[in-house]
Design a protein around this ligand. Sequence first.
Ligand SMILES: Cc1cc2nc3c(=O)[nH]c(=O)nc-3n(C[C@H](O)[C@H](O)[C@H](O)COP(=O)(O)OP(=O)(O)OC[C@H]3O[C@@H](n4cnc5c(N)ncnc54)[C@H](O)[C@@H]3O)c2cc1C
Length: 479
Amino acid sequence: MKPIKKSLAWLRNDLRLHDNEILTLATEKSQFVTVLYCLDLDLFGQNDLGLTKTGYFRTKFLYESLLDLRKNLSNIGGELVIKYGKPEKVIPLLCKEYGFSHIFTSKEITSEEIDTEKKVEAELWKQQIEINYVWQQTLIHLEDIPFSINNLPDIFTQFRKKVEKYTSVRPALSPIKSIKSISILSDSLPSYEELGLEVLPEDSRRAIDFKGGETEALKRLNHYFWQGQHLSTYKETRNGLIGEDYSSKFSPWLANGCLSPRYVYQEVKNYEKEIKKNSSTYWLVFELLWRDYFKYVAKKYGNKLFIKGGIKRDFSHEYAYRPEIFSKWIEGRTGVPFIDANMLELKTTGFMSNRGRQNVASFLVKDLKQPWIYGASYFETALIDYDVCSNWGNWNYVAGVGNDPRENRYFNIVSQAKRYDKQADYIKHWLPELENVPSQQAHTVWNLSYKEQEQHNLKLGGHYPHPVVDVGKWEKNAR
Ligand SMILES: Cc1cc2nc3c(=O)[nH]c(=O)nc-3n(C[C@H](O)[C@H](O)[C@H](O)COP(=O)(O)OP(=O)(O)OC[C@H]3O[C@@H](n4cnc5c(N)ncnc54)[C@H](O)[C@@H]3O)c2cc1C
């Protein structure tokens, strides 16, 4: 490639300076690089449920990430230009006005993003400008996975074993040191009100105070790995439910690209050399491979990920949508404490543990018999770490239309609750109305007699609802 005078680095889910091939390539090859983020109104369009696709917590996290990136770029001489509008309109216009001759961006995986790429390409073609794509969302590079995408195994273990045997992780790139940008006026970020989002208060019960941006991502990694050395015990604690450090909490930063999975991997390797190598250090990488896997599954199956029959095209599951039942699930009023506590955590903080997600998803689909797509759509709105491939891939899996090799996997919610929340601390954290109920009875409050309810200051059907499902089947098996 000949030296370039002016190029545009179009960032989407790559809001960082470290290990960012877009910025590395663009700055190596061009004299001036303008870094662009398009705030596309479609992000705030409505989903199947009539909810905005991007809820308050995710929007806040995105805004914080953009402001942090702007600060970090300005520290090395650059600028972040934020434009409000569709990339296929904004990018060609900027090229015309400012004479950018090259665009650098990363390849996305799912249909809406790919459609946008195609539209941008078509518009740019009119000016004879090409887009240079890089691949940087995964731990294992697309070119390094040991099969063609059509031959991607449908079982994770087969994928993982082959990847572990035949590939290695490419080194993370160093952060760019300097950048010269052409000055372009940015649009101001629309207020939450303008986007139709209700500003929610910070809930003091939240597991962690998530703040968007690369700076906070690196701080979190430093805390989790180096200061607290929590990585050494990750495998034992990762199914926890309360507090900052039972799991890494890297997900929202990974989803927005404030943190690179290859950088996390590199730090795991450093940790193994300097502190300890054990099954926990291995397990964090194992989980990052799950993240990769769902990205490659999405690439293989395209839009099948979003339809009722899922990637298996299995339409045999019967669902009967009942809006009142579905909204009880969302509001945390199903009368099943373990479900309600998790759903309240999600609603008031934007986060839920992996154990929680598996249980509430299974409960919605297998017990309430509600359409899994609605569950996935609500998660899309509510999750601070929403990642299109991880979310829809995991929902496919739980709903039995995805990559779960076991037929009819079923979660007994009472067994799960008693196993992962032995002392009922988690449910009491989110459901203060259960505070006085003895721990042994709290997961099955529906069994309390009137006298016991009175003793424990709880009125079933009053403070706390009666269960919306037949709970007998769980208890028999849980005993
Ligand atoms: C129904 C359902 C929906 C989900 N939706 C999302 C989503 O939208 N975005 C998202 O990032 N994760 C999603 N997950 C996966 C998982 O629950 C979260 O990644 C995890 O809870 C985030 O917390 P953590 O960063 O502390 O995870 P850790 O346990 O510390 O794991 C480290 C990283 O590994 C990856 N990871 C871990 N478990 C999974 C998994 N099952 N699938 C894919 N990646 C994984 C994540 O990037 C995570 O940050 C979903 C899981 C379920 C069951």
